[in-house]
Design a protein around this ligand. Structure first.
Ligand SMILES: [Zn+2]
Length: 360
């Protein structure tokens, strides 16, 4: 072999060796950089997990997991936000009513909703705006009712009866908490008209409006001489209807308190938590519809879990507290035929809005 050929081979060998070393070094540096990158990413997002990641492949796998996790959690995060947002509007009412839950006795006699009058004064303008929005919605919903086949049968319970029944029944399926089966209700402070009379008058008007709008109606009672506990009323509704509307009137120690509210079971309800959201939607729709139609102060939808007639339900339900029998002006107003017709129309508007999915 000539010297030239030897030199050429040696040079080529050295070149190949150097290139090889450079490639190996480059590869090593790249892996090292990836590891740092992955660890940095983890440190930024999950401080606790970052400490143990000393190999590049671990880091990369974790990065992928994080990506997958963040994709999966995107939707739940948005749902949570929406729930929080929609809850915020009711927070003041919910909290006060829940505090009252703890303080008040559990008799289902409507004194539960004695939110301080001063509280709701502050929100008056906001409530007016809400009511205006709903009026627009319900105008649309009236046109759409016929096309919706989901809810057809509405059960209406005219609250209370001629004689209360103080025998006890569980306040929910399997509950050890016992409550009076049904009370005779409040009495108008000025009109002296008992609640059970007012509730049936309005319930019969509501029945007519709903029939006109194409719903079927089941009346839990149409006379005063019945003996139906709150649990029994719920069970009749469960068996015969798609929605349950319970008509009541409110009472408060402070005679100046006025306005309408609706009641639904909270998400923590021991018996019917699964339909809390549906009931909340229904309750909001109904109280907004009622207040828009009557001009009553809107005290909102309030979560309460001590109502037998809700806890025994298996269909979306709301208690409508039309106004305060303890307020002389509102008491007299609720005795007026024309005002009762507005209440009935407003509740029906709310049912339409709920049925047409305008409250979600
Ligand atoms: Zn009542």
């Amino acid at each position: 072999m000539s010297q030239k050929v030897k030199n050429f081979l040696v040079c080529t060998g050295i070149f190949v060796f150097v290139m090889g070393v450079m490639l190996v070094a480059a590869g090593f540096m790249k892996r090292s950089l990836d590891t740092d990158g992955a660890e940095n990413g983890i440190v930024a997002e999950e401080v606790n997990d970052a400490a143990g990641n000393d190999s590049a492949s671990d880091g990369i796998e974790l990065e992928k997991e994080e990506l997958e996790n963040s994709e999966e959690s995107e939707n739940p995060n948005i749902e949570d936000d929406e729930e929080q947002d929609s809850g915020n509007a009711q927070n003041s009412i919910d909290e006060s009513s829940e505090q009252e839950d703890a303080n008040l006795d559990i008799e289902e006699n409507d004194s539960n909703a004695q939110t301080e009058a001063g509280d709701s004064e502050a929100g008056g303008n906001e409530e007016d705006e809400n009511a205006t929005d709903i009026m627009n919605n319900s105008n649309v919903s009236e046109d759409q009712t016929d096309s919706n086949g989901a809810v057809k049968v509405i059960a209406i319970d005219a609250g209370h009866q001629l004689n209360g029944n103080s025998d006890k029944e569980p306040n929910g399926p399997g509950s050890s908490v016992m409550k009076a089966k049904v009370t005779s209700g409040a009495t108008g402070v000025s009109s002296k008209v008992p609640e059970y009379v007012l509730t049936l008058e309005v319930s019969l008007k509501l029945k007519e409006v709903l029939l006109e709008r194409g719903y079927e109606v089941v009346m839990i009672r149409e006379t005063h001489e019945v003996d139906l506990s709150n649990a029994e009323r719920a069970q009749i509704a469960n068996e015969s209807a798609d929605l349950f509307i319970r008509i009541h009137a409110n009472g408060a120690d402070d005679a100046s308190v006025s306005g309408a509210l609706t009641i639904y079971p909270s998400k923590d309800n021991e018996y019917v938590a699964y339909m809390s959201e549906e009931c909340e939607s229904l309750s909001k729709a109904v109280v907004d519809g009622l207040c828009e139609a009557t001009g009553a102060k809107n005290r909102g939808a309030v979560a309460m879990d001590n109502m037998s007639g809700i806890n025994w339900c298996s269909i979306p339900v709301t208690i409508v507290e039309m106004g305060y029998l303890s307020n002389p002006q509102e008491d007299e107003l609720m005795q007026q035929e024309a005002y009762q017709e507005k209440i009935a129309k407003g509740i029906a508007d709310g049912i339409d809005a709920y049925v047409n999915k305008q409250y979600q």
